[in-house]
Design a protein around this ligand. Structure first.
Ligand SMILES: Nc1ncnc2c1ncn2[C@@H]1O[C@H](COP(=O)(O)OP(=O)(O)OP(=O)(O)O)[C@@H](O)[C@H]1O
Length: 291
């Protein structure tokens, strides 16, 4: 709600976490499992995410990566273990979570402006004609929208119709929308999907900056880990029935993935630093299987 909005932060929008914020995990999963239709998608997932950490959720198609995000949102129950978001049960943290669902894009005929898309992050959950806000709140809302638009580098096109913006530009505006209420946790479901390589790199760098400079914890489902590899703190790798959590080096290696899949898997590093998994169909690392 705009009424509950904090006053705009400093020019860069940076927030310095207080001692309590820094100590309290933003997100905790303790020995969690998710089951759909009587089938366990994954189990034994343990994860603690602190302020300003960047975590990727990886794994093959259909393994349950989006389901993990839905469990954190409180939109899907966990079958075992516990999820805590900012010390509370999922679904109880309101606007302290920003969420960008999978595959969102705008039709070319969409006339709404980028700045209005971002503004919807503040008051889009209200029906009807917007209530006139008192002057200071109106000003604070306008300033906050301008601030996040600048943060994501969208100032140049924010007044254009969003349908005319490129996929990468639309994605930046949607990230701004998810950030406008100053969430402590940002959940992104494959935000790089359908972007070309140069846009993937730009949006990945933006997310890394939001995380490490703005102190927002990010949990991101990724189809290909390579564009975000250098920005990540840790990964959760889901495989049918099991999971592994740790730094990218600890998890994305031949030994760990061979153990997870229970079949020989080789992780190769290309000369440009990209990781490629050989021996197992897997879209999360490298995007190609050479085996
Ligand atoms: N509410 C539900 N009821 C029944 N099955 C479901 C439900 N939600 C998800 N599933 C099934 O659970 C499995 C995991 O889905 P999910 O979308 O979490 O996987 P994912 O790893 O994100 O997949 P992708 O990489 O293809 O996006 C799929 O087989 C899906 O059909």
């Amino acid at each position: 709600m705009i009424e509950a909005m904090e006053p705009p932060a400093g020019a860069a929008g940076a927030r310095i976490p207080g001692p309590r914020q820094a100590a309290e995990p933003v997100l905790e999963l303790r020995d969690t499992a998710v089951r759909v239709g009587g089938r366990t998608l994954w189990s034994g997932v343990n994860l603690t995410v602190g302020t300003g950490e960047f975590i990727a959720v990886l794994g093959p198609n259909g393994v349950g990566k989006s389901s993990l995000v839905r469990a954190v949102l409180g939109a899907m129950p966990v079958a075992a273990g516990e999820v805590r978001v900012l010390g509370a049960r999922p679904g109880r943290t309101g606007d302290r979570i920003g969420y960008l669902p999978q595959r969102r894009s705008f039709d070319a005929s969409m006339r709404i402006r980028g700045i209005d898309v971002v503004r919807l992050g503040l008051d889009g959950d209200r029906w009807g004609v917007p209530l006139p806000l008192p002057g200071p709140h109106r000003r604070a809302a306008r300033e906050r929208v301008a601030q996040v638009i600048e943060l994501v580098g969208a100032t140049a096109y924010a007044h254009r119709a969003v349908g005319e913006c490129s996929g990468g530009e639309q994605q930046r505006l949607l990230i701004a929308q998810a950030l406008v209420r100053r969430p402590r946790l940002l959940l992104l479901d494959e935000p790089l999907d359908s972007l070309d390589l140069s846009h993937q790199g730009g949006v990945a760098a933006l997310i890394g900056r939001i995380c490490h400079q703005e102190g927002v914890a990010v949990v991101m489902v990724a189809h290909d880990v390579n564009p975000i590899l250098h920005h990540l703190d840790r990964v959760v790798y889901l495989a049918e029935g099991g999971s592994a959590t740790g730094t990218p080096q600890d998890v994305i290696n031949s030994e760990t993935l061979t153990g997870l899949y229970d079949t020989p898997v080789e992780v190769l590093r290309a000369s440009d630093g990209r990781l490629v998994v050989v021996g197992r169909p897997d879209s999360s690392v490298g995007g190609h299987d050479a085996g």
